[in-house]
Ligand binder design. Structure first.
Ligand code: CP3
Length: 367
């Protein structure tokens, strides 16, 4: 199914999607609902600790510092493209970078994740947050890093990304990573008004982060709502979907395809697609984790949106024959959708042998 060409006239004329460099790439074609000759494949967390060249350049440099040094962020973004021949780069950054740029005291602790100076969960805490703005000057390192990256990528598209308002709010309300996001899920019911103000603020922060990446050269965006799977459909629809829609509306007029991903979201897939549609994203794609086979996901979605996924990261460490059979199965099931971008069902584990990722890319391209 070919979707109508979306208007990209609001992009700068030298943007890779506007000047034609990435417009016919396999990634953009699949996200537009086509079946390119070569099935596109990339991996969430393809940049990072699985790569020796990443560990090398990160020596002595903090995680957030590396995101804010344009030379380093661009180099790390390019590393997996050079090594694996993947069909897309994902910008090396983190979902908490816009919080940091807005002046929130956040660090990324190795092996733990984002840690705030304190939890933000009362009306007063949220007053303090919403008083903070993210100005254009603060976003300059992102603009520079994206510009450097796309200059080197040529015809390979860059995916820009941001954390969904719920996932960001879950870190803020808990103050650190948590297993079931209890405090955040309590707040949306205990004080819905404070919750709304908090998630509208995180939505605009992520929206500005996404827009900055697209204007600087990203050809698609992915909204990561990693923890959305902890929500019931009713809570997702009432307390989370509106702010995710609000975040994506920041890029609607730019005409780039959008991917919406979360884990444990088998029960939320149509609602997550509707967020993309309600935001007016011309080419919506739903990212599916490894728990729901892609043919089932496509049936749940009504058969008319492309899907992304969903190789089980656990199989990356299994013997090749088991992994190969699984990859072939993922590709076969993905054929049920109008477009398929092969990916993992979640991020690359740091212990992954990078040679295995390269081999998956070769296999997918050969099918
Ligand atoms: O290659 C890529 O995917 C691009 C870069 C990227 C990172 N984080 C770099 C990173 C992306 C897209 C993210 C998104 C992100 N960050 C999400 C959504 C995706 C998901 O995994 O669900 C979330 C929830 C975060 C928050 C976060 N940042 C966590 C949970 C962690 C892991 C902490 C740990 O050490 O295990 C981070 C740190 C982080 N972000 C690393 C990388 C490469 C590892 C830090 C390091 O290498 O020192």
């Amino acid at each position: 199914m070919t979707s109508p060409t979306v208007n990209v006239s609001n992009l700068p004329p030298s943007h890779p999607l506007a000047d034609g460099r990435t417009a016919t790439s396999s990634l953009v074609s699949a996200l537009r609902g086509d079946r390119p000759a070569r099935t596109p494949v990339w991996f969430m967390r393809q940049a990072g600790r699985s790569l020796p060249e990443y560990r090398e350049v990160r020596q002595g440099v903090g995680m957030l510092e590396s995101c804010l040094r344009p030379d380093l962020a661009a180099e790390i973004t390019l590393q997996p493209v050079r090594r694996h021949d993947v069909d897309a780069a994902i910008f090396f950054s983190d979902i908490v970078v816009p919080l940091k740029l807005a002046g929130v005291d956040v660090e990324i602790t190795a092996g733990v994740g984002p840690v705030m100076d304190r939890p933000y969960r009362t009306a007063q805490d949220v007053d303090e947050l919403v008083a903070r703005d993210l100005d254009d000057d603060a976003l300059a390192p992102i603009v520079q890093a994206v510009a450097r990256t796309v200059a080197d990528l040529g015809t390979t598209p860059l995916i820009g990304f941001g954390g969904a308002p719920f996932t960001l709010a879950a870190y803020l309300v808990e103050g650190r990573p948590s297993r079931d996001h209890l405090a955040a899920r309590t707040l949306m019911h205990a004080d819905p008004e404070t919750w709304r103000r908090l998630t509208e603020w995180t939505a605009d922060l992520t929206g500005r982060f996404l827009r900055t990446q697209v204007l600087a050269g990203a050809s698609a965006v992915q909204l990561f709502d990693s923890w959305a799977g902890s929500l019931s459909l009713a809570d997702y629809t009432a307390h989370v979907a509106p702010s995710s829609t609000r975040a994506l509306r920041h890029v609607t007029d730019l005409g780039v395809p959008g991917i919406h991903f979360g884990t444990g979201t088998g029960h939320l897939l149509p609602a997550m697609r509707d967020v993309l549609r309600d935001a007016g994203i011309g080419h919506p794609t739903v990212g599916v984790d490894y728990r729901t086979p892609l043919d089932e996901a496509t049936a749940l979605l009504g058969g008319d949106v492309p899907v992304q996924g969903n190789i089980d990261p656990a199989l990356l460490a299994a013997p090749w024959p088991a992994l190969e059979a699984h990859v072939r199965d993922v590709v076969a099931r993905g054929a049920a959708a109008p477009g398929h971008v092969v990916n993992l069902g979640h991020g690359v584990p740091p212990t992954t042998d990078p040679a295995v990722l390269t081999r998956i890319v070769e296999l997918v391209h050969s099918l």
